[in-house]
Structures are given as C-alpha cells and as structure tokens.
Design a protein around this ligand. Structure first.
Ligand SMILES: Cc1cc2nc3c(=O)[nH]c(=O)nc-3n(C[C@H](O)[C@H](O)[C@H](O)COP(=O)(O)O)c2cc1C
Length: 173
C-alpha cells in the first residue's frame, strides 16, 4: 500500500489505532455526562462526546460506552439514564467524569429526579431517557434512549470538544 501524499485517502485497514483516533477527532462535538443508577445502588456517570440526537418521533438519542469502562456492567443493565449537556464553564467536571479512578461526584452538585436519575447542576440542559435499544458497536455498546423529560437549565454556551481538546464557541458576528 502506498500513499501518494500526506493528503491521500487511506483505507481504514491501513490506519493504525492512533491515526484512526485522530481522524475521528477531526469531527467536533459537544460534551455531555451520562448518568444513571448503578447496579450497586450507586450513581454512575461518564463524560461522552458520542452523544447524538437520533429521532424526533419517537424522541430518541444515543451514546456509545466503551466495553472497557469500569462501570460497563451497570451501563449495559441500566433501564434509564440522563444526559447532562455541559456548559463551557464545566471543563473541570468533564475531566472529573472522564477519570475511572476516584469519586467522580466529589464536589459536584446534583439533584435526583422523580425517576431516580442524577442531574448535574450547571449543565445547560438535561434529558431523561428510558433505554430503548442496545446495539453492538464493536469495542463500544451503542445505547439508544427514548426521551421522557427534558429541561433547559441555563443560557451558558455549550462546551465543545475538537481535535482532542476543549474549545468554546465564538460569538456570532
Ligand atoms: C471529552 C471526552 C469524551 C469522551 N467520550 C466518550 C464516549 O463517547 N464514550 C466512552 O465510552 N468514553 C468516552 N470518554 C471516556 C470516558 O469518559 C471514561 O472512559 C469513563 O468516564 C470511564 O468510566 P468508568 O469509571 O466506568 O471506567 C470521553 C472522555 C472525554 C474527556
């Protein structure tokens, strides 16, 4: 296999893991923390950039969870979850919920909904979802949820993740 220039289109089979990760990272996303009740009655949470809206009717969203996550068994079993869409002021909490070690909830204000889902204070919006389907996504599990409640809580700008770094949206104009 040869590449004529550094801009050449390369077959995925020719990309090593790091190159592929860098290619995926070219696509900018927002940042969310998905939360749920864990199997041990604890509250679990993880920072995700894989959140996406899917359908309006029915109202569906998805995210994908790495099978290597410590709390993977809980995510696989969760029958409901919340999506907390982070504001540009929440880089710290994003980093905290991206680390497997330690107490992710340390110092994080939260409220528990009637459905028993933890919502993170300061998020610009939150969606409560019932798990609608789970699909094999290779080394990830794709979890699709049907939204049953949605709250817009702040007018802050969203946190952005692009090229493996946090970014903020520039003002228009
Ligand atoms: C900006 C950002 C986006 C992330 N997106 C995802 C994602 O979409 N899916 C995923 O499985 N892990 C993602 N991670 C890593 C997880 O947050 C991390 O592995 C997870 O919190 C570990 O959970 P655990 O405590 O169950 O091991 C992301 C991390 C960061 C910093």
């Amino acid at each position: 296999m040869s590449a004529a220039s550094s801009n050449a289109v390369t077959a995925p089979a020719g990309l090593d893991g790091r190159e592929l990760r860098n290619m995926f990272a070219l696509f900018p996303t927002g940042v969310a923390i998905v939360t749920a009740q864990g199997l041990e009655g604890d509250y679990i949470g993880a920072t995700v950039s894989s959140f996406s809206s899917v359908s309006l009717e029915p109202p569906l969203v998805l995210f994908s969870m790495a099978r290597t996550a410590k709390s993977f068994a809980s995510w696989e079993a969760a029958d409901s979850f919340a999506v907390n869409i982070l504001s540009e002021k929440q880089r710290e909490v994003s980093s905290q919920f991206a680390r497997s070690s330690g107490d992710k909830w340390q110092g994080v204000a939260r409220s528990i909904t009637d459905a028993g889902l933890p919502l993170i204070e300061g998020a610009i919006g939150s969606l409560q979802c019932r798990t609608w389907a789970r699909y094999d996504g290779g080394d990830h599990l794709i979890i699709v949820g049907e939204v049953f409640a949605a709250t817009k809580s702040s007018a802050e700008k969203p946190l952005v993740f692009a090229a493996s770094r946090y970014a903020v949206l520039a003002d228009e104009g």
